[in-house]
Design a binder for this molecule. Structure first.
Ligand SMILES: [Zn+2]
Length: 385
């Protein structure tokens, strides 16, 4: 809950207009991290002495300076795409404004049988990271022609489906076919052709071509992998297109692709920072990988995950206490207290822990977590009395 509030409100307020004011410098980054020390602290309910690095990993809150850097780079890149200076290839997401009275939809229906005139089946497909598309033309039941094309690897299947339909429509117009069924198994493409809110120029161009054509193009949907002859054939052709050496059509990077890359890069930076951090050693032994979804908000368990808490090793470092365990038989560190200390032997024995099981592994086990909470609570009581 605290994390949601933090991300929805505080982080947004602080990062507002970040593209304008942020400069990547040590001073600014330190300041940002200082301001934002408290949310991860209250999300995790960890001890105040815990390092920022450990708090960020436990709460799943990325260091704010990395987020600021990412937003700035993203802003630059996306502006580059909009003005065309970065991207090469067709911009599939390029949007256009359409006057309200020029908005229309293309209807579609369910495919039943091959008609006695022309039927054109289209398909798009992804395999082994490559993307292909195809259309195949029938007259009655006879295949009379086909075309297949490989798209740049960054394209989506949706883009391949839409491109195949676009190419098929061009071919229909070129051949002046008067009455045609145009059949696809891509519901999402048909939906966007049917939508009144569609803004992508690429899709709207298909709509316009179909609507302005003198002949008649009937859009139809067929369920994939149901053994429909034309659909199977188009699927086969689209998959064969993938084996082509050369790319026939190149689409530019899409916005979602750019965003995903930026996010992955940001997380990788965080991971690198975590790997080489001099702080948070204990936390790293439990969580070597950073993750945005993690929320460890347990006051008791986090004392184990951070090493900051009631354990004597921590108490002696920060509060000038003896390092010896309350049992008087060893150093009061996490391993001793949880796995060996005889004060908690009875409770521990009930868990039947196999000798040599690592703490990291045990901490994932709910029954062991209950035991840990009990031990820490008891230690707190002992320290207070
Ligand atoms: Zn002990």
């Amino acid at each position: 809950m605290v994390k949601e509030v933090y991300q929805a409100i505080l982080e947004r307020i602080i990062l507002y207009g970040v593209e304008l004011w942020y400069r990547n410098g040590i001073k600014m980054n330190m300041k940002l991290l200082q301001i934002l020390r408290y949310p991860p602290l209250s999300i995790t309910k960890a001890y105040r002495t815990t390092s920022n690095e450990a708090l960020q990993v436990l709460s799943g809150c990325i260091p704010i300076d990395l987020k600021a850097q990412m937003l700035c780079e993203l802003d630059l890149k996306l502006r580059g795409v909009s003005d065309g200076s970065v991207s090469s290839g067709i911009d599939f997401e390029l949007e256009e404004k359409i006057i309200p009275w020029e908005v229309f939809r293309i209807n579609w229906s369910l495919y039943k049988n091959m008609c006695s005139f022309f039927s054109v089946f289209t398909d798009g497909s992804r395999m082994n990271g490559r993307i292909g598309g195809a259309y195949v033309i029938y007259y009655g039941n006879d295949e009379i022609d086909f075309s297949l094309f490989r798209l740049s690897d960054n394209s989506s299947v949706f883009m391949a489906e839409a491109f195949a339909i676009s190419k098929a429509v061009d071919e229909i117009i070129f051949r002046k076919m008067e009455y045609v069924d145009l059949i696809t198994d891509s519901r999402s493409t048909l939906m966007s052709l049917h939508s009144l809110k569609e803004k992508r120029r690429f899709i709207n161009n298909i709509k316009r071509k179909i609507a302005n054509y003198n002949g008649r193009i009937n859009l139809k949907w067929v369920k994939a992998h149901e053994g429909t002859m034309g659909n199977e054939r188009a699927d086969f052709l689209a998959k064969s297109a993938i084996d082509k050496e050369e790319i026939d059509i190149c689409f530019g990077e899409t916005k979602s692709e750019i965003k995903l890359l930026a996010k992955n890069k940001m997380i990788q930076c965080w991971q690198d920072r975590w790997n080489s951090s001099k702080k948070g050693k204990v936390t790293r032994s439990f969580f070597s990988k950073v993750c945005l979804n993690r929320v460890k908000g347990d006051f008791y368990l986090n004392q184990i995950f951070t090493g900051h808490g009631i354990f004597r090793t921590h108490q002696s470092r920060f509060f000038n206490k003896s390092i010896g365990c309350q049992c008087g038989r060893g150093v009061g560190d996490i391993t001793h207290v949880l796995l060996f200390c005889h004060l908690w032997k009875d409770k521990r024995d009930k868990l039947n822990i196999k000798a040599g099981t690592s703490l990291k592994y045990l901490m994932r086990w709910e029954k062991f977590q209950v035991f840990c909470r009990f031990v820490i609570q008891s230690l707190l009581n002992l320290e207070l009395n």
